[in-house]
Ligand binder design. Structure first.
Ligand code: THU
Length: 162
């Protein structure tokens, strides 16, 4: 007899950044600003990410595209690679992600792509501490996903190579 296995997770919705801790509020602003520095000449889809390090430092990034499309990099992956190469000793406390179309001012609910989920999971697992993912959407709404692993059930990771 087969048995059904249910995997579920919950996440929170905030109506305003003022309900968030101050550093997350600031990171939301920095992620939004970072969309102004996206190099997104092919998609016109501007993604901004802001990482909060345990020191309190905020590292922001934006998507960087390329005429050879697959060579482009997503904002989230860039932020993680940069943080790990510059501050390998520091844990990552949280990430904020947002995006907008170039032709619009309105920020959108933008969940990270599958590839970025895998990149983020690597660092979450290696640091042994959950990384909450905040998604800044339109109308000041913010969603908080408690950890990267919630976004990637049945994931493949370093443990599978042992
Ligand atoms: N993009 C990101 O930066 N992060 C994601 O998680 C989804 C997609 C970028 C890649 C490309 O530059 C543009 O958004 C359209 O896919």
């Amino acid at each position: 007899m087969s048995k059904k296995i249910i995997h579920s997770f919950s996440y929170e919705e905030f109506n305003s950044v003022s309900e968030l801790p101050k550093n997350v509020h600031l990171a939301v602003e920095r992620a939004k600003e970072a969309t102004n520095r996206s190099y997104a000449n092919y998609s016109d889809f501007l993604v901004g990410a802001a990482l909060i390090l345990e020191s309190g430092e905020i590292i922001e990034s934006s998507n960087q595209e390329n005429a050879s499309y697959p060579n482009g990099l997503c904002a989230e992956s860039l932020a993680f690679f940069y943080a790990s190469s510059k501050h390998p000793e520091q844990k990552i406390s949280a990430i904020v992600i947002t995006a907008r179309k170039r032709s619009e001012d309105k920020f959108r609910f933008t969940p990270p792509c599958g590839s970025c989920r895998q990149v983020m999971l690597e660092y979450e697992e290696s640091q042994g501490q959950k990384i909450p993912v905040y998604l800044a959407a339109a109308n000041h709404l913010i969603y908080k996903i408690p950890s990267v692993c919630d976004l990637l059930p049945l994931s493949f990771s370093g443990a599978d190579l042992e």
